[in-house]
Ligand binder design. Structure first.
Ligand SMILES: [Zn+2]
Ligand SMILES: [Zn+2]
Length: 316
């Protein structure tokens, strides 16, 4: 399976500001020495030596994650329709496929997870098929409501693709041959985590999650869902201090998600749903802190990554 991140920011879109861009350019210029520009090779070496927060960006789009599996027979599987789904749509249009089947699974319906849907280009092509999934009974009405005047000039009716709304009754279910399970997590109004299984590989997406002691309990439900997962993409928006200050806001501290991944023997922990108040340097600092924290845990061995826009992560 492969994971591609189209949007990784939480709460609201967070574009790089002109001041942040100027600051990156200025810091890079201060580091460069004449020798770094002496040849194309030196130039590449110099660029590669720059810290990630200077030569790159975490990304400003809100959640949208693509899961690719050989078991879906060419159908596309996407989690959430934050603003990142617009980029996904543009990439699909570039593929120039005669038609595409797209399965869009919703974790919940807070703005940052649905606001990109009206701008999902392939939805307006009658050759395409869209399958929407959520365990929430009236989610079709919720999606339709955000595309009504005065919020938006055109309605969901104008999306010419074939559309199906599938209310999830029981877990697991299947998309083609891909096994998908879901589970309710702690978040204001609720948020569903999804797990995808291809053979022994299991990827869990748990955005907008404030972990609670019950998530750590070694009962059958938790064990079946979390134990030995290959990768966990999880909301790690806060530091421990922030999570205490923002208790009940529905997001987790990175140290708690690290404890959680270690306690469930999860191989790869992918920090996700980054705080809009944090710039690239601070978000990448959270990655360093999580790795440091994992190294000092009794149970080590969790590989920590940071979800960044445009990033691919392959698992076998
Ligand atoms: Zn969110
Ligand atoms: Zn939310």
């Amino acid at each position: 399976m492969n994971v591609h991140f189209w949007g990784v920011r939480g709460s609201l879109p967070t574009p790089l500001t002109p001041a942040q861009l100027r600051s990156k350019i200025s810091s890079i210029i201060q580091r460069v020495r004449p020798d770094d520009l002496a040849s194309p090779e030196n130039k590449e070496k110099f660029l590669a030596s720059l810290p990630d927060y200077l030569f790159g960006a975490v990304g400003g789009n809100t959640p949208c994650v693509e899961i690719s599996s050989s078991l879906t027979e060419g159908a596309k599987v996407v989690l959430d329709a934050g603003t990142g789904i617009r980029e996904f749509g543009l990439a699909l249009l570039k593929e120039r496929l005669p038609s595409v089947s797209c399965h869009i699974l919703f974790s919940h319906f807070h703005w940052d997870h649905v606001q990109g849907l009206p701008f999902f280009g392939p939805a307006f092509n009658p050759s395409n098929s869209l399958f929407f999934y959520s365990p929430v009974r009236d989610f079709r009405e919720t999606l339709e409501r955000q595309m009504t005047p005065p919020h938006f000039p055109i309605t969901m009716e104008t999306m010419g693709a074939h559309k199906e709304f599938r209310v999830l009754e029981s877990s697991p279910f299947a998309i083609g041959g891909l096994k998908v399970s879901f589970r309710l997590m702690n978040h204001p109004g609720g948020c569903y985590a999804y797990a995808f299984e291809e053979g022994a590989t299991k990827i869990i997406y748990s955005t907008d999650t404030e972990l609670v002691p019950a998530d750590f309990e070694k009962n059958e439900e938790n064990t079946t869902f979390f134990r030995n997962a290959s990768a966990l993409i999880i909301d790690s928006q806060y530091t421990l201090g922030e999570s205490i200050e923002k208790f009940n806001w529905g997001h987790s501290a990175f140290s708690l998600t690290a404890d959680f991944a270690a306690s469930w023997n999860i191989r790869n922990l992918i920090l996700f749903h980054h705080e809009p108040e944090k710039d690239d340097k601070k978000v990448l600092g959270m990655l360093r802190s999580t790795r440091w924290y994992i190294d000092h845990l009794e149970k080590r061995g969790v590989h920590v990554l940071l979800a960044q826009e445009g990033m691919d992560f392959a698992l076998q």
